[in-house]
Every structure is written in structure tokens, then in C-alpha cells.
Design a protein around this ligand. Structure first.
Ligand SMILES: [Zn+2]
Length: 288
């Protein structure tokens, strides 16, 4: 699938139902990106104006189910696309619960090999799901709407397929992707370290974004000043558990973000962080 264009055709099937169910027309035009507060882990929910859903990671536990239940229409038991940035518990275990409860149409992941019980369960779950499984590599594009090619998610990393390769620490294999919704953009970084940030910078990829999901829960192993400078976000979101044992987020990262005058939102402090975009401007709110 080198340089391939992926068009997720299923994103249209539910259109008619969605329009009937939504009563607030202006809200119906908006893209929603929600950084769920699921404790120590990442779970990011993207809902298109057509009420199609994409989930990037699922957090460490069942908390994701209640969050999805509150956001998705009650009649909609289908998630159009799941993206697992890397098969680590704090991103993956919640997805196992989602796979049990929802019909998942497409799964995008790296296909790397690990030796953990959670990983084995992941493999079994995605096999049983009978979803379309797509192995990720850079330049793949997921078009959110057939009628509008300016709304998409583009994979920036890994540069080449990592399928079948074994990793003890999978953080640096995380999928990095940019969501472009006309003039607004979001950068999702998984848990990559500074070494991969540098590789991305060295390639000269356009990573500039309005909103940055700060890598690796705000750890000091990530978010090099040069990387933050290039992304140049207005908002940085840190998904992190209250009083977590890792000491995330690190002061060094918070200092870097502050130095660049970036608004920092944290799931441990601000709860669920919701961002709505109409393609030109965006608003955010949060709720504990
Ligand atoms: Zn993590």
C-alpha cells in the first residue's frame, strides 16, 4: 500500500440516520475531537459532522465505554475506524472492551510484535472482529468525506511498515498522524520519544497544527523544544492520570510549552477536553 490513498467508504452509510437524530443544525456541521479523561492513558474520539466515529487508542481500562456511551447516538453501535498508535496497555486495553461492545469496521495499526498478554488478546480480538485491518505506514490518508478532500487524517509515522518486527518498548513505534479539517489541524503523537520527533523534523514534514496531543503523557523523554516550535500549536493536550506513579507530566515539558505561550489542557486537571471545529475556527471546553 505504498503511498496509497485509503478511502474509508463506510463513512457514508449512516448519513440519513444521523441527520434525523440531530436537532441542532449548527452543531451538526462540526467536527468533534474529544480527549477523554480515562486515567493514565490515551483515548481520543473523533466524530465527523456526519456522525461517523474514529477512536485513536482506548485508554487502560473500561472507562472508555461510559465515555463513548455519552457521546455516541444510542442507536449507533458501529465505530468506523479504530487507530491503535502502539500496543501498550495504557492505549490498548480499553480498545479490547470497545471491540467486545461495538462493531468496528476498520482497524489501523502497526502490526508490530510484542510478548505481553494484552497484546495476545488484541490479536485475537481483531481477528474475531472481522474488521478490515490496515497496516499503517506514512502517507496513507483517510478521507473523512468523499465530497471534501480537505478533510482527512494523514499518517506521518512510521515511515515504512513495521509489520512483524518485535519491540520490547513500543513507544517509538507509535503512529503519528495529522487530522486536517479545512483550516484547522490536530497532531496526534502517541508516545514517541525525542528521537522520532527529530526524524520527523529531519524529513521536513509539515507538522504545524492548531492542537497538539503532547507525546507520552508529557514525559520529559518527548516534546523537544525544536519539535514544539515546529508544531507551533495554540493548544497542547496532555492525557495523564491524576497522581500517576510516573510523575507525568514532567516539569521540563510544561516549561517548554509555557515558553512558547501554548495553552495547556490536562485530562487529570480539566477532565474530558472537547474541541469543536467548523473547518475555519474552533472552540474548546472541558468538564470534570
Ligand atoms: Zn502511553
Amino acid at each position: 500500500m505504498k503511498g496509497g490513498l485509503i478511502i474509508i467508504g463506510i463513512l457514508f452509510v449512516l448519513n440519513i440516520l444521523a441527520w434525523v437524530a440531530v436537532d441542532d443544525l449548527s452543531r451538526a456541521q462540526l467536527l468533534e475531537v474529544i480527549f477523554f479523561n480515562v486515567g493514565q492513558g490515551d483515548a481520543i474520539f473523533i466524530q465527523t459532522p456526519q456522525k461517523h466515529q474514529i477512536l485513536i487508542d482506548g485508554g487502560p481500562n473500561t472507562a472508555i465505554l461510559e465515555k463513548l456511551g455519552a457521546e455516541m447516538p444510542f442507536w449507533d453501535r458501529t465505530i468506523d475506524l479504530i487507530i491503535l498508535t502502539h500496543p501498550e496497555s495504557d492505549h490498548m486495553l480499553g480498545l479490547l472492551e470497545v471491540l467486545k461492545r461495538y462493531k468496528v469496521e476498520n482497524i489501523l495499526w502497526t502490526g508490530i510484535v510484542r510478548d505481553t498478554s494484552g497484546y495476545k488478546e488484541w490479536l485475537k480480538s481483531i481477528r474475531d472482529e472481522k474488521a478490515k485491518i490496515i497496516i499503517v505506514q506514512a502517507s496513507q490518508k483517510i478521507i473523512l468525506s468523499r465530497s471534501d478532500i480537505d478533510k482527512f487524517i494523514e499518517v506521518l509515522f512510521p515511515f515504512e511498515s513495521l509489520e512483524g518486527k518485535e519491540f520490547k518498548d513500543s513507544n517509538n513505534t507509535s503512529i503519528v498522524a495529522k487530522l486536517v479539517f479545512d483550516k484547522n489541524s490536530f497532531l496526534f503523537t502517541g508516545d514517541i520519544y525525542k528521537t522520532i520527533e527529530k526524524e520527523i523534523l529531519d524529513k521536513g514534514i509539515d507538522i504545524g497544527s492548531d492542537v497538539l496531543k503532547v507525546s507520552h503523557h508529557g514525559s520529559k523523554t518527548s516534546s523537544a523544544p525544536e519539535f514544539i516550535d515546529k508544531v507551533s500549536p495554540e493548544i497542547a493536550v496532555i492525557q495523564v492520570g491524576k497522581d500517576n506513579s510516573y510523575g507525568h507530566p514532567h516539569k521540563e515539558t510544561l516549561d517548554t510549552l509555557e515558553k512558547y505561550g501554548i495553552i495547556v489542557l490536562r485530562s487529570d486537571v480539566d477532565g474530558d477536553i472537547k474541541i469543536f471545529s467548523d473547518g475555519i475556527k474552533y472552540v474548546f471546553n472541558f468538564q470534570n
